[in-house]
Design a protein around this ligand. Structure first.
Ligand code: AMP
Ligand code: MG
Length: 418
């Protein structure tokens, strides 16, 4: 299992900034070293375990980029359009029977190999036939036009995919273009997920009048799966320190990460911190982030634990900013920093200096085509509707104290977060 050094940090001290907290966590988790081999069709979302150098150039041979007529550079029209007799026809997948002769042109199709001697291709739309059936080539084409030289995309031997790359469809396409059928990837990160709280009932089970159905666990499991994790659903733990401690201890040995939600605040019935301290050590538990704030990070038997807050929006936001980078670090993934896109604020907002805040917002196109972020009208961290009915989060950095309409702000789309 991934090991985490358990030297204690920032405990009880001032709130850590998001960057410092994440830096602390991610530099202290060791990447999982176990690999497995998967078929290309199963590789989406997995983390590549080894560099891949191009075993062949791409494209593998010089070919035509268009449907048209291939000629030698020496036969390009110089002063006036020029008519050349047609000699030869090369289809995609075919081969020229012979080198192109001086003063001749060959019919060629997109992706067909260039006949020996030919350097340039005229698009079929740019030529015409004369009365004796010759191909009339216009002036103005540059030597080498409409030809894709072998290796122009990727030369043979070039390291085209790096270890740590989280594979997306385009990376899989590249591996396929190299003729590969299997890839070595990091094994899935194993995450144990618990909800905590006496007020929680599992969907499908009975619900007492003072209970609500557990929504966070299903949100977090879905987010973890999107990050390629293997998830153990460990249900709901009651608000009792010992029960929590036992539950956490049991799963530490065979998971790379333990994730809990709820019970990390300072109320008397928030027992996650105390439970972690009783069986492991707490690394930090206060982060300057809203929604969120209390986020616990600890180590139990060498396995990292992240305790997220219980309010659904706080849980979502802290997952994105704390759990996501931790999972990526555990998988040895190359960093994938979230880069907010500048949009125009269509709202007023006041905030405390020194903490980072995320405002739920929808995008709309303003006059002139600029994108505007419209803030969700209510702010409660428990409002699931605020996540469901918006497009993403406006990130307000530690230094910002207010936002005025028209100001440029950074926007993170939900689509790009996970
Ligand atoms: P806590 O962080 O335990 O103090 O919980 C804060 C708020 O979030 C309370 O109103 C809880 O009922 C609610 N909450 C905690 N856990 C969950 C969960 N798994 N799903 C939905 N709401 C939750
Ligand atoms: Mg609770």
């Amino acid at each position: 299992m991934a090991q985490l050094s358990d030297d204690c940090f920032a405990f009880g001290g001032p709130m850590l900034s998001v960057d410092d907290a994440v830096g602390l966590i991610t530099t202290r988790v060791n990447a999982v070293a176990d690999l497995e081999t998967v078929a290309l069709v199963d590789a989406d979302g997995r983390v590549l375990a080894r560099d891949i150098a191009a075993p062949l150039p791409l494209p593998p041979f010089t070919n035509s980029a268009v449907d048209g007529y291939a000629v030698r550079n020496a036969d390009l029209p110089q002063k006036a359009e020029q008519a050349l007799p047609l000699d030869g026809r090369i289809q995609a997948g075919g081969l020229a029977q012979a080198a192109i002769k001086p003063g001749r042109t060959a019919r060629i199709f997109t992706g067909a190999p260039m006949p020996p001697g030919a350097d340039t291709v005229f698009m079929q739309e740019d030529v015409r036939l004369d009365e004796v059936g010759r191909i009339v080539l216009p002036l103005g084409l540059k030597p080498g036009a409409n030809v894709r030289p072998a290796g122009e995309d990727i030369p043979e031997g070039h390291v085209a995919l790096r270890a740590g790359q989280r594979l997306r469809p385009q990376h899989i396409a590249l591996a396929a273009a190299f003729g590969l059928v299997r890839l070595d990837v990091v094994r899935r990160i194993r995450v144990a997920v618990f909800s905590t709280g006496n007020e929680l009932a599992s969907p499908g089970g009975p619900r007492a009048v003072s209970q609500l159905f557990d929504s966070n666990r299903f949100m977090l499991m879905a987010m973890l799966r999107r990050l390629g994790c293997e998830v153990s659903d460990l249900g709901i733990l009651r608000d009792e320190r010992e029960l929590l401690a036992n539950g956490l201890k049991q799963v530490a040995g065979d998971h790379d990460l333990i994730l809990t939600t709820g019970g990390v605040s300072t109320g008397e019935e928030d027992h996650v911190k105390a439970a972690v301290e009783s069986i492991g050590s707490l690394v930090l538990w206060r982060m300057a982030i809203k929604p969120g704030r209390p986020v616990a990070m600890g180590i139990i038997g060498g396995t990292p634990l992240i305790g997220l807050p219980g309010n659904p929006v706080a849980s979502f936001v802290t997952f994105v900013h704390v759990v996501r980078p931790t999972v990526l670090a555990l998988a040895g993934s190359l960093p994938e920093p979230l880069l907010p896109i500048p949009v125009r604020a269509a709202f007023t907002y006041k905030k405390k200096i020194g903490r980072r805040e995320y405002v739920r917002a929808s995008l709309r196109r303003a006059e002139g085509g600029t994108l505007e972020a419209v803030k969700f009208p209510r702010e409660g961290a428990g409002l699931l509707s605020s996540l469901v009915e918006t497009d993403g989060l406006v990130e307000l950095g530690e230094d910002i104290t207010s936002v005025e309409p028209g100001q440029s702000v950074g926007f993170l789309s939900y689509a790009g977060l996970i």
